[in-house]
Design a protein around this ligand. Structure first.
Ligand code: SIN
Ligand code: FE2
Length: 216
């Protein structure tokens, strides 16, 4: 199929106060990001985490960086070690760190120093229910979220769970950055539709960069 957007320059769409979508910002570096995801997953494999309530998440996850987001019987936590392997999470690949720095700067958060990157893998039907990212101690740092592969519908609401939701299609190479007034806004991903993407097959990947520890 002819990709009419293959040569399109990235563009920005404001989303909310403190939040912006950087459309196609990661399009050109996507192949290197996907290679790096595969390398991370060879060390710390994708797994479906179980919530403290005993529910197995439909999204498969792994992490890289100094800290990784995980679950145990008591709750959600950031840990330097992968509970599956007992070893440290793999380091943040250079391709991840470079892209995140450029995206954060473009969104007005040039100081952002991520120390954690959660990697989500969605297969058809997988979803992420409406939630806030609130396990990070320093909420001055934004979230930088990179979409790769199959498109998905992202819901972005407000500070209260029942605030009205915007529904936006996130496509391959799109980046959403939210911080400032929208740092704690509820968001989620609707069940992934079946499809085929030339770089990821039947999957969507998402990278979310966070500052989960103290600033260096
Ligand atoms: C997340 O909220 O952690 C991920 C959002 C996404 O997959 O786009
Ligand atoms: Fe989130």
């Amino acid at each position: 199929m002819l990709d009419l957007f293959a040569d399109t320059k990235p563009w920005q769409e404001p989303l909310a106060s403190g939040a912006v979508i950087l459309r196609r910002f990661a399009f050109d570096c996507a192949p290197s990001l996907l290679q790096a995801i595969a390398a991370v997953a060879r060390q710390s494999p994708f797994r479906q985490m179980v919530t403290p309530g005993g529910y197995t998440m439909s999204v498969a996850m792994t992490n890289c960086g100094r800290l990784g987001w995980t679950t145990d019987q008591h709750g959600y936590l950031y840990s330097p070690c992968d509970p599956l392997t007992g070893a440290h999470w793999p380091p943040l690949p250079d391709a991840f760190a470079d892209l995140c720095q450029q995206a954060a700067t473009a969104a007005g958060y040039a100081d952002f120093q991520p120390d954690a990157c959660l990697i989500n893998r969605y297969t058809p039907g997988a979803k992420l229910s409406l939630h806030q990212d609130k396990d990070e101690p320093d909420l001055r740092a934004p979230i930088v979220s990179v979409s790769l592969g199959l498109p998905a519908i992202f819901q972005f609401g407000g500070l209260r769970r029942n605030d009205p939701l915007k529904r936006l299609l996130l496509e391959h190479g799109d980046i959403v950055v939210w911080g400032g007034n929208s740092r704690l806004f509820y968001h989620g991903i609707q069940p992934l539709k079946t499809g085929y993407h030339p770089l990821t097959g039947d999957c969507r990947y998402n990278l979310t960069f966070r500052q989960a520890g103290k600033k260096e």
